[in-house]
Design a binder for this molecule. Structure first.
Ligand SMILES: NC(=O)c1ccc[n+]([C@@H]2O[C@H](COP(=O)([O-])OP(=O)(O)OC[C@H]3O[C@@H](n4cnc5c(N)ncnc54)[C@H](OP(=O)(O)O)[C@@H]3O)[C@@H](O)[C@H]2O)c1
Length: 266
C-alpha cells in the first residue's frame, strides 16, 4: 500500500485519491461511476473526494453506494460545504445532509471556496461538527496562505488539517508557498485537476520519461505530484481503464533527476 502520514490528521491516507466532480450528472453513468470508485478503493486509493455541490448531492450518494462493504476505518471520505451555506447554522445543516447522503461520518470537511460569511463564523460551526463527532478533521479549499492563517486564528480546540487547491505538473501556482507551508505544518495538500482533465496524456516529455519506467504520461504526471511530500492528487475517472491507469501511479517513485527535469522543462 502506498500511503502518506500527516501529523495534523494523526493518520496515514492513500497517496492517491479519487475525485468525483461531474459524477451523478448523467444518470446513465451512475453504475459506471460507482464501479470505478469501488475499483479505485480495491486497488488502494482509499481517499474519496466529493462535495455537496457536485450534481446537487448526487455525487455524495454515489460515494455512499461505492463504499458499502469496505472497512470504514481504511477509508478517508472528504466532502465540502458550498460558500452560500457557510453561515453557522448553514454549515451544521449542510454537514448533516452530506452525512445522510454518504451514509457515514465525514473524515475531512472542507469549506469549498472563500465565502461572504465571516470566516470565524464558519470556523466556529466547523469546530462544532468536530465536537459532535460528525466530522473528524476540517480544512479549506481554494485558499492562499494568508487566508488559511486567518481561518486558523479563529479556531480554539481544533486546527486546519488540510488544504485542497488546483495543482498539477503544468499548473504550479502553490509550489513556492502553499505547499511548503502545508509541509511545515503537517497538513495534507490535496491537488485537484491534477491531470489537467486528461490533457497531460499527450505530453511528450512525460511520455519520454515514462518509457524508462514502463509508465504512461498520466502515471508520470500523478507520480510527480506524489513525489512532493504533502501532496495527494485526486484525479476523477468514471472509466475503468482510467482508474486502472491512475492507480498505476502508486507504488514507485520517479528519480530526483526526472522529477527536476519535469519541474524545469514542462
Ligand atoms: N475544490 C475544488 O474547488 C475543486 C475543483 C475542481 C476539482 N476538484 C476535485 O478534484 C477532482 C479532480 O479534478 P477534475 O475532475 O477537475 O480534473 P482531472 O482529474 O484532472 O480530470 C478528470 C477528467 O480526466 C479524465 N481522465 C481520468 N483519468 C484519465 C486518464 N488516465 N487518461 C485520460 N483521461 C483521464 C476523466 O475522464 P472519465 O471520467 O471519463 O474517466 C475526466 O474527464 C474532481 O473530480 C473533484 O473531486 C475540486
Amino acid at each position: 500500500m502506498d500511503t502518506k502520514f500527516f501529523r495534523k490528521l494523526g493518520r496515514s491516507v492513500s497517496s492517491l485519491g479519487l475525485g468525483t466532480w461531474r459524477m451523478g450528472e448523467d444518470r446513465s453513468m451512475d453504475d459506471a461511476s460507482v464501479a470505478a470508485l469501488k475499483r479505485g478503493v480495491e486497488l488502494g486509493a482509499t481517499m474519496i473526494d466529493t462535495a455537496e455541490m457536485y450534481a446537487n448531492g448526487r455525487a455524495e450518494e454515489l460515494v455512499g453506494r461505492a463504499i458499502k462493504g469496505f472497512n470504514r476505518d481504511e477509508l478517508f471520505i472528504v466532502t465540502k460545504v458550498w460558500p452560500t451555506n457557510a453561515s453557522y447554522e448553514g454549515v451544521l445543516k449542510a454537514a448533516r445532509r452530506s452525512m445522510d447522503r454518504l451514509g457515514t461520518f465525514i473524515d475531512l470537511y472542507l469549506l469549498h471556496w472563500p465565502s461572504s460569511f465571516p470566516i470565524c463564523e464558519t470556523m466556529r460551526a466547523m469546530e462544532e461538527l468536530v465536537n459532535r463527532g460528525m466530522v473528524k478533521h476540517i480544512g479549506l479549499s481554494n485558499f492562499n496562505v494568508e487566508s488559511i492563517e486567518e481561518a486558523r486564528a479563529c479556531l480554539k480546540k481544533t486546527d486546519i488539517a488540510a488544504v485542497q487547491n488546483r495543482f498539477s505538473p503544468a499548473y504550479r501556482k502553490d509550489y513556492a508557498d502553499v505547499i511548503p507551508y502545508a509541509q511545515r505544518e503537517g497538513m495534507l495538500y490535496m491537488a485537484y485537476t491534477p491531470i489537467e482533465k486528461g490533457a497531460l496524456s499527450g505530453n511528450r516529455l512525460l511520455k519520454r520519461i515514462g518509457e524508462k519506467y514502463g509508465k504512461t504520461p498520466i502515471q508520470v504526471a500523478l507520480n510527480w505530484l506524489i513525489c512532493i511530500e504533502p501532496v495527494v492528487p485526486i484525479p476523477k475517472a468514471s472509466r475503468m481503464e482510467h482508474v486502472d491507469e491512475n492507480v498505476g501511479s502508486m507504488g514507485w517513485r520517479l528519480s530526483s533527476e526526472d522529477f527536476t527535469e519535469i519541474l524545469n522543462r514542462l
